[in-house]
Write a protein that binds this ligand. Structure first.
Ligand SMILES: Cc1cc2nc3c(=O)[nH]c(=O)nc-3n(C[C@H](O)[C@H](O)[C@H](O)COP(=O)(O)OP(=O)(O)OC[C@H]3O[C@@H](n4cnc5c(N)ncnc54)[C@H](O)[C@@H]3O)c2cc1C
Length: 447
């Protein structure tokens, strides 16, 4: 039985000499989006002590917290495409498939995407990270690195509860913005004279799924009537998520500058743009969206800001020709999807049998010895990056980053045994598994 409420207190004062909380690891992964999570889980599978750090107070990066909602680039094109990425991707698919309505497959004519429930994915990430014995450090923003002869020795972070300093043999930069590589003083790239726009994702509830307009209808109406609602972007998606009674809206183009003050202003502008797009959908497509309400705004969706200068700069020509690199670590067939003008984006699709490859060289910063990048901050031109930064290949990159650091050990990632690397990533480069069950293939195609 509970007694009287406790009332005792202790008086404390901050000790001026108190230093940061210190952690030691084999691998420190900076950024807990889908690529960082894949890297951390892969490194833990290899028996490494792993610390996974993120500036958000939550795991999952954009995949969970920006409410992206579909895995792209995970299957080859056509209605019966084979899987490109395995390992962690298999674990995710298997876990979500077990949960009713967590997944739905769209077998469109040119692309195949996998719908996922971001809440279910978020819980999977949290449980998997804990089960794997990975040490998460959340709400921790990178402030400083100690670097000696191309090796990062330690990285310092600030959290609302004080500073944390992490020493590690190897580091993964899966921050999306090359935050670690930049902070360490290694060379990075930024767009020269153009912007790559981000998007504020929105989840709408109280919609009528049966009255869903097509993407083409929405885009045509945005072009025709967008001015009346103050829309910036003139094409986009308001797609129902089958069986969940909600729609995800991807209809804004928002700048994502690297200046902290401007970035904050643009994040709020993104919500204004999104609110206007909701008004547009409610008024122009009342059968489906007339009674809809905003259930949730995702965190700002960021496509491309700053990225590494790697051993290899992947080009759009290499993507188009499907060049197979000696050091390939992953592949995809996702279209070139470059959001480089405010009212629309380039969308260049590939044939059914096309695949393009990501070389390890694009993940390895040219000047670093113990750092590997993964995800949307690897080295590529903007068009090439736009087709390899979707989540299927991001998972492959995370796994490859962990393998590369494992093979490098206390040596350099610039000189790893490529035969062993090829063995480890061969599934993600060669294997052709046709995953679809008859039941999945029988589901309606969403245009
Ligand atoms: C609007 C939008 C829609 C998209 N739609 C799709 C889609 O439908 N399907 C698909 O597959 N892909 C889609 N993409 C692309 C895809 O979502 C991203 O490219 C992918 O999620 C990137 O994963 P990541 O792990 O590289 O980075 P992120 O998910 O961005 O993770 C990076 C993490 O690093 C952390 N971080 C950053 N800086 C620091 C720092 N200084 N200190 C500590 N932590 C830091 C961040 O908090 C973040 O959690 C979309 C992207 C956008 C923006």
């Amino acid at each position: 039985m509970a007694g009287a409420p406790s009332t005792a207190t202790v008086v404390k004062r901050r000790e001026s000499a108190s230093g940061p909380r210190r952690l030691k690891a084999d691998i420190c992964v900076v950024g807990a989006g889908i690529s960082g999570v894949a890297a951390a889980l892969q490194a833990a599978k290899q028996g490494r002590r792993v610390v996974l750090v993120d500036s958000q107070p939550a795991l999952g990066g954009q995949a969970v917290n920006s409410i992206i909602g579909t895995f792209c680039g995970l299957f080859s094109n056509g209605t019966h495409g084979h899987q490109f990425t395995y390992g962690i991707a298999d674990d995710i698919l298997a876990a979500l498939e077990q949960q009713d309505r967590a997944l739905f497959y769209r077998n469109g004519p040119t692309t195949t995407v996998v719908y996922y429930d971001e809440v279910a994915l978020g819980r999977w990430v949290e449980r998997s990270i804990l089960d794997a014995g990975v040490q998460p450090v959340l709400g921790a923003t990178l402030m400083h690195t100690e670097v000696d002869q191309g090796r990062i020795l330690s990285a310092d972070f600030m959290t609302r509860y004080g500073a944390v300093s992490i020493e590690a043999d190897g580091f993964v930069d899966s921050s999306g913005d090359a935050a670690l590589v930049w902070q360490a003083g290694f060379a990075c790239r930024e767009p020269a004279d153009y912007r790559v726009f981000g998007t504020q994702m929105v989840v709408l509830e109280n919609i009528d799924e049966a009255a869903q307009p097509s993407k083409q209808e929405i885009s045509a109406r945005m072009k025709e009537r967008g001015d009346a609602y103050g829309l910036v972007r003139r094409e986009g998606l308001g797609f129902t998520i089958p069986g969940r009674g909600i729609a995800a809206m991807n209809m804004t183009h928002v700048e994502t500058p690297l200046d902290p003050v401007e970035a904050s202003a643009k994040a709020l502008e993104g919500k204004e743009q999104a609110s206007r797009a909701v008004e547009f959908l409610r008024a122009e497509f009342p059968d489906c969206f007339g009674e809809s309400r905003v259930r949730a705004f995702g965190l700002p969706g960021i496509r491309q800001t700053r990225w590494i200068v790697g051993q290899h700069h992947l080009t759009v020509e290499e993507v188009r020709e499907g060049r197979k690199f000696e050091d390939a670590i992953g592949r995809t067939a996702w279209p070139i999807e470059l959001h480089d003008h405010d009212d629309g984006h380039h969308w260049i699709v590939f044939d059914e049998d096309h695949e393009h490859f990501i070389p390890l060289g694009s993940l390895i910063p040219a000047e670093a010895q113990n750092v590997v990048a993964a995800g949307r901050c690897i080295d590529a031109d903007s068009a090439a990056l736009s087709s390899v930064r979707v989540m299927g290949p991001c998972m492959a990159m995370g796994m490859a980053a962990a393998h590369a650091l494992d093979l490098a050990g206390s040596g350099s990632v610039q000189q790893i045994d490529m035969d062993r690397m090829r063995e480890r990533v061969s599934d993600n480069v060669e294997r052709r598994h046709y995953r679809w069950s008859e039941e999945q293939l029988a589901r309606p195609v969403v245009a």
